[in-house]
Ligand binder design. Structure first.
Ligand SMILES: [Zn+2]
Length: 128
């Protein structure tokens, strides 16, 4: 979880930005730079990260960005003081990352399984 934190610096910095700009930064942050065991990847470039995955993450990010914006508008003293990681903002980011990371593993595994099944089927057909 901690490894993904730096991706969200832009989100945390843009305290004065509009909801749309914040939302765009947030969606970019959660999809463009994702750590895996193999290093940084861009989810949008992965064949196993489907349009459905993207749409769900967009919807999730949309809701959480609204919540963060509402929180900032409500007069959080830490956010107003420029505190770098207000616990409420951090919790919102963490919630998205905690949804995303297992989804990345599941989507990749499902895609690889389907590919393996097709290969196994082709080999089986060739042997008949
Ligand atoms: Zn705050």
């Amino acid at each position: 979880m901690r490894k993904s934190r730096h991706s969200f610096n832009a989100v945390e910095r843009r305290r004065e930005s509009s909801r749309d700009a914040l939302r765009e930064d947030f969606v970019q942050a959660v999809q463009a730079k994702t750590h895996t065991k193999g290093g940084m990847i861009d989810l949008r470039q992965q064949p196993w990260w489907t349009p459905a995955d993207r749409a769900e993450l967009d919807a999730f990010a949309y809701e959480l960005v609204d919540a963060v914006h509402t929180h900032r508008d409500s007069g959080c003293e830490l956010c107003a003081a420029g505190y770098p990681s207000c616990p409420v903002v951090r919790a919102a980011i963490t919630r998205v990352v905690e949804w995303r990371d297992p989804r990345v593993l599941l989507s990749r595994a499902a895609w690889l399984r389907a590919r393996q099944d097709r290969l196994d089927e082709a080999v089986s057909e060739a042997r008949r």
